[in-house]
Design a protein around this ligand. Structure first.
Ligand SMILES: Cc1ncc(COP(=O)(O)O)c(C=O)c1O
Ligand SMILES: N[C@@H](CCOP(=O)(O)O)C(=O)O
Length: 430
């Protein structure tokens, strides 16, 4: 297969740049996409190549990202930084499907990636790009998962990493990962949006390579979530994808990837995408629902700390993606997130709170008549259940009301009993 040359293109003014220099923004301020000319590509040949790599046991293209490297970042295998990410399972939603009112509901579990979230798909590509550009240090702002992933991939590839997190506002599992993997962790007095603004300034001034999803290589890697779902479905296209939205890189990647497959003739329709935001952190939802200009949310709030983001960097790309796929945006309350999570967890699948916006949102859209109960829907679970144990325990002990107004509707309360058989019998109702 002939290598597809890529360049950067501004989403706002369409000015192009070659890849010789690191760039995240256009001169006009717009953010950049990695673009390839697909007009000469034989989609059938590409699909056959990707299918031939399915199930490979070793080597870079056994990764669920680099299997598709022609449309991700086409480098020789020995230049690729990988932890064999991807290859995550696509589950039947079970109880969570019944809860959402859907007969054909599947959940793609991105929490099964090496560091427990979808970020690994973007990070394998981002750190490969960091090495491509000769960077020594990488940095990110994070609500937790990006930093866990970046710290790991930086350690694997011999780069140092600097992490900017909002102090006290990220889940413990994620903070633990950042520290364990050796990321220099700076806790900012402020929220994620403050950290995001700061890290961009710092990377510019100190010549550090930025690994948030404003980096177009991150988006390319995350496209592989959608590619892999379609390959798992033998290239049958679901009617809908439902995906949580925070900094809005992931839905951007999903829609970009689907559009590319459609342009290549690999799929014959673009699935619709529903982006789900937490009601207290929902700038895209507000804009989309009210047809108003973009406005950041000043003090974003939600128990789903991964998506506690008021000023997402990829909102423009998100809107473009919604147009491509006839998408919708929905918002869900704190109670809806945690009840949906209880269902995902009780189905034996499990995921962190932000992930469960997919299920809460699917239910809401079915109830509203937007998604047909007979539709084939794929929800993306973005992070592992163990990332945020406090949220799980708080819900099941019904201790979240005072702070979040959340009741443990489906709580599985732990019980304290005496160490006697009689006490066990009483507890089991025998
Ligand atoms: C677990 C989890 N789910 C969802 C999201 C939202 O993804 P995005 O920022 O790409 O919209 C994030 C991060 O923002 C996350 O960590
Ligand atoms: N949830 C994210 C927020 C940053 O998102 P990114 O995709 O732009 O890196 C996180 O885990 O930090």
């Amino acid at each position: 297969m002939k290598k597809l040359e890529a360049h950067l293109e501004c989403v706002r003014c369409h000015k192009t740049y070659d890849l010789s220099k690191v760039r995240y923004n256009c001169d006009c301020g717009g953010i950049l996409d990695l673009v390839r000319d697909l007009s000469e590509v034989d989609g059938g040949e590409l699909k056959a190549l990707w299918d031939s790599r399915w199930g490979l046991k070793r080597g870079a293209t056994s990764s669920g990202v680099w299997r598709y490297k022609e449309l991700i970042f086409d480098l020789p295998d020995d230049q690729i930084v990988t932890r064999q990410e991807g290859n995550t399972r696509l589950y039947d939603a079970g109880k969570a499907g019944v809860y959402a009112g859907l007969r054909h509901f599947q959940l793609k579990h991105e929490g099964e990636n090496p560091t427990g979230s979808f970020k690994d798909r973007g990070m394998t590509c981002g750190t490969t790009a960091a090495r491509f550009y000769g960077a020594k240090t990488v940095a990110c702002a994070s609500t937790g998962n990006t930093s866990a992933s970046m710290a790991s991939y930086a350690a694997v590839s011999g780069l140092s990493s600097v992490i900017f997190i909002p102090e006290g506002k990220i889940a413990y599992g994620k903070l633990a990962q950042a520290l364990a993997f050796g990321g220099k962790t700076l806790q900012i007095r402020g929220n994620f949006d403050d950290a995001m603004a700061l890290v961009q300034q710092v990377c510019h001034e100190l010549n550090i390579y930025l690994l948030n999803s404003i980096n177009p290589f991150r988006i390319e890697g995350q496209k592989a979530i959608g590619f892999e779902v379609l390959q798992q479905l033998d290239w049958q296209v679901p009617d809908w994808f439902v995906i949580p939205g925070g900094n809005l890189g992931n839905n951007t990647a999903l829609s970009k990837g689907m559009k590319e497959l459609y342009d290549l003739g690999i799929i014959d329709k673009i699935p619709r995408i529903a982006v789900i935001q937490a009601a207290g952190s929902a700038p895209l939802y507000k804009m989309w629902k009210n047809h108003t200009p973009y406005e950041a949310v000043k003090n974003p709030e939600t128990i789903a700390t991964a998506i506690k983001i008021g000023n997402p960097v990829s909102w423009e790309k998100s809107l473009r993606g919604l147009e491509w796929c006839n998408g919708v945006v929905e918002s869900v309350t704190e109670q809806e997130i945690m009840d949906a999570k209880a269902m995902v967890d009780a189905a034996g699948i499990g995921a962190e709170p932000a992930s469960c916006c997919s299920v809460a949102g699917a239910k809401k859209l079915v109830d509203a008549g937007v998604i047909d109960p007979e539709a084939h829907v794929v929800g993306i679970l973005t992070g592992n259940v163990l990332k945020d144990p406090d949220a799980v325990i708080g819900y099941h002990k019904d201790e979240l009301f005072d702070h979040y107004g959340i009741r443990g509707t489906y709580a599985n309360k732990p019980q304290v009993i005496d160490a006697t058989v009689d006490a066990v019998k009483a507890a089991l109702g025998r």
